[in-house]
Design a protein around this ligand. Structure first.
Ligand code: AMP
Length: 446
């Protein structure tokens, strides 16, 4: 049995997905046992043609019965399976697997050099490697991985632009370490397919914390059996680029098994504010939301978390749960981000055809009209809701789940507007269900 250190890199295609696929392929090998895996470090490309995408780099420790040359052959075969074509040196690549250390062996033959000749000088290799093998010895340099990293010229500043973790336990350790060091940590939970609405939450989290963490997890338990869980858009690589551009520091991308291990059977009974509106139309939805959010708050024990007002009832449910259960976390509601023409941004907007996209505009138009009616002095909720429905039906929307004027704290129906209220809509445009809302203030106006 030989203990080995491997380096993994990708800057083409679904970069983190490719790293995970390579690790899965290693785990399939009978004579290889993958022991520890680092987080994925986003790093700027070193050398090579200009305009290349950033890399994601990771390190893994393995135990193997294979000889060094057999192991190299296995790594090359995995690279090939994952679409690597070795052309130009330093060119973009969907996957790169390097043998960094093979026990304490020193091998220098054509095609096989161990330790990897540039291991000691590369931040993007030593950084991830030091997470999992800081005390491993470089047999030529007679220094540990941790010492080699510390000796690099810019060793104090992290070379990672952003780091992606797939292990919730590693993320939990990371957050606790940050908080012990006095850092304030903020969280933006998402289901991916990110747009400017999500990124505004990242920006808001930055205003309230030193380190921002996003999670990307399409939560199966909040989808009903006839809803769009399996076709929900999954765009991990673009999401990671967008998060990086928004200066997100850490991303957790757990698997469904990480969140719901076999035998999982504990659920949160959501608060009463979950019952009307979405609660009636999507039975079980908020049970799934509350459960996953509570679990995320434990796995990623941050100081603050940002939620969009786009999902108005959701942020009420979360705020109430936090209050009821005494969770030590501050919830920050964030304004709705809209397209220039008024459509509230949503991951589901990408399902819309261009004709449906036009129909969908009637939702924000109806909400704006409710505001104008209030400003003009109308106080009868039924009259306002009636006009809102008309606006949508005359645009061709046939299936309206609800048009409601409600108390913005309890979501109780409001008959006559006196003070703050919220107008909420859920409707199908074609087969796509959209939700939107707008604050109404009947204290203003005539
Ligand atoms: P989702 O990925 O749909 O679960 O949304 C993740 C978070 O982003 C939730 O807190 C949403 O309320 C928020 N969000 C989604 N769309 C928007 C938007 N258009 N403006 C502001 N926040 C949003």
């Amino acid at each position: 049995m030989t203990f080995c250190l491997l380096g993994l890199g990708a800057n083409q295609g679904d970069r983190v997905g490719n790293l995970m696929a390579a690790l899965d392929a290693l785990r399939q090998e009978k004579r290889i046992c993958v022991e520890r895996v680092s987080s994925c470090w986003e790093t700027a490309p070193v050398g090579g043609p200009p305009g290349q995408a950033n890399y994601f780099n990771a390190a893994a420790t393995i135990r193997t019965e294979l000889s060094a040359s057999e192991l190299i052959a296995t790594l090359l075969a995995i690279e090939k399976t994952l679409g690597r074509v070795r052309t130009e040196c330093w060119g973009p690549r969907p996957i790169d697997l390097d043998l960094l250390l093979y026990g304490d062996a020193i091998i220098d033959t054509p095609g096989l050099k161990v330790p990897h000749p540039r291991l000691h000088e590369r931040h993007f290799v030593l950084g991830p490697a030091a997470e999992i093998a800081a005390d491993w010895l470089h047999p030529l340099r007679r220094q540990t991985i941790g010492q080699l990293l510390a000796a690099l010229p810019d060793s104090t500043s992290s070379a990672a632009i952003m780091r992606v973790l797939t292990s919730p336990a590693d993320m939990q350790a990371e957050v606790l370490k940050l908080r012990r060091a006095g850092q304030r940590v903020g969280l933006v939970p998402t289901m991916g397919a990110l747009h400017a609405g999500h990124l505004s939450l990242v920006e808001m989290a930055h205003r309230h914390s030193d380190v921002v963490i996003a999670t990307i997890f399409v939560n199966p338990t909040q989808f009903g059996p006839r809803e769009d869980y399996s076709r929900y858009p999954r765009t991990l690589d673009q999401d990671l680029s967008a998060l990086s551009a928004a200066d997100c520091n850490l991303v957790l991308v757990p698997t469904a098994d990480d969140i719901y291990p076999p035998g999982f059977s504990t659920y949160v009974q959501p608060p009463a504010v979950a019952e009307p509106l979405e609660g009636l139309c999507r039975p079980g939805h908020f049970r799934g939301v509350a459960t996953v959010v509570l679990k995320l708050f434990h796995l990623v024990p941050v100081d603050v978390a940002c939620f969009g007002l786009k999902d108005f009832q959701q942020q009420l449910v979360i705020r109430r749960m936090v209050q009821d259960l005494g969770l030590p976390i501050e919830i920050i509601p964030c304004p709705i981000i809209r397209e220039p023409d008024g459509l509230a941004m949503s991951s589901r907007n990408r399902y819309l055809s261009s004709a449906e996209r036009q129909q969908a505009l009637s939702i924000s138009r109806a909400l704006n009209m409710s505001h104008e009616m209030v400003m003009a002095g109308e106080r009868d909720a039924a009259v306002i809701a009636g006009k809102m429905r008309d606006t949508m039906t005359s645009a061709g929307i046939e299936r309206i789940d609800y048009v409601a004027l409600a108390d913005p704290e309890t979501l109780a129906d409001v008959a006559i507007l006196r003070g703050p209220a919220v107008a909420l809509i859920a409707a199908y445009v074609g087969s796509t269900r959209l939700i939107d809302n707008r604050f109404l203030n009947s204290d203003s106006g005539p």
